[in-house]
Design a protein around this ligand. Structure first.
Ligand code: HEC
Length: 280
């Protein structure tokens, strides 16, 4: 009886859960659903897009956000030449040291450095951003519900004016997709925010797609490798199955039911069984 009560209440609790969850997210608008080149088992990153995204990151986002898990040498992985990556790194200064006199000093960043952080510490970051902390973006596409679609939505979801019945707090901006709608980050991307080196049209949507793809890559640079391995494993299993099937057919091709029934041993065995059944 106890058990039954428990089961019933557990079932009720579970059936309510989705209701609670959807009530919590109902605040933000439904996300746009985009098609990404890296979706699906055969999907892969679009290199030119990643390069455009890196340009958006370096020229816009890196003013406030760090990307601590990415090194300048990783720019070579998305198709920049080593010289280009070196030049991009050397645009940034990083603290090194101590030197022979025990002093810390600044030097241009190198391929072996991580992307330079915009602020020395959390307090400086908060102070510059009205008390809000711009999070590291290394794994942001994994860390947020909605993933890539959310990041794209966040970039394109700003409204110039909050709806009339919405009371926007001081220092915040209205975003359709940000949970609670009030975000301390001003709209970072606009049309022509970045002048693309490859000549792609610099619309807001294009910038948003490119930065999102770049951040998805940053969070998951070995995804293509994993997918390739997965496909190899599946092919291997298919071939193995086919081989075993052929082998089974070959082995059994020599054994027919007809022969088996008339095999002298089988016949003798059968007769023996019959005798035991009727001893008279
Ligand atoms: C002027 C500084 C500034 C710039 C430039 C900037 N951000 Fe932000 N960003 C912030 C701050 C501050 C927050 C924290 C907002 C808050 O807590 O309300 C934030 C938060 C975020 C978040 C987290 C939102 C969440 O769900 O918590 C993402 C994602 C993000 N920014 C992406 C970007 C991208 C991509 C760019 C470049 C296109 C960019 N930001 C440029 C200041 C900035």
């Amino acid at each position: 009886m106890q058990m039954r009560k428990f089961l019933i209440s557990a079932a009720c609790a579970i059936s309510f859960l989705p209701g609670i969850a959807s009530a919590a997210v109902a605040e933000a608008d439904a996300l746009p659903s985009l098609k990404w080149s890296f979706d699906g088992i055969f999907g892969s990153y679009d290199r030119p897009q990643l390069r455009r995204g890196s340009q958006v990151f370096l020229e816009v986002c890196s003013g406030c956000h760090s990307l601590e898990m990415v090194y300048y040498r990783n720019l070579v992985d998305i198709g920049f030449t080593t010289d280009q990556a070196k030049a991009m790194a050397s645009d940034y200064e990083i603290e090194d040291g101590p030197d022979d006199e025990g002093e810390m000093y600044m030097r241009p960043a190198k391929l072996s450095d991580r992307f330079v952080k915009p602020f020395a510490n959390t307090n400086a970051a908060r102070f510059a951003n009205g008390g809000a902390f711009p999070p590291d973006l290394s794994v942001i596409t994994k860390a947020r519900k909605g993933g890539t679609d959310y990041i794209y939505g966040l970039m394109t979801g700003y409204l110039d004016d909050a709806p009339a019945d919405f009371d926007l707090s001081e220092g915040t901006y209205y975003n359709k997709y940000y949970p609670g709608h009030q975000i301390f980050m001003a709209q970072p991307l606009y049309e022509e925010a970045v002048d693309y080196e490859d000549g792609t049209e610099p619309t807001l949507e294009q910038h948003a797609k490119d930065i999102t793809a770049f951040l998805a890559w940053a969070a998951n640079p070995e995804m293509e490798e994993r997918k390739r391995l997965g496909i190899k494993v599946i092919l291997y299993l298919i071939i193995l199955t086919a081989m075993f099937y052929a082998l089974k057919r070959r082995i059994w091709s020599n054994i027919s039911l007809e022969e088996f029934v008339h095999d002298p041993y089988v016949v003798e065995y059968e007769q023996e069984m019959q005798r035991h059944k009727r001893p008279n």
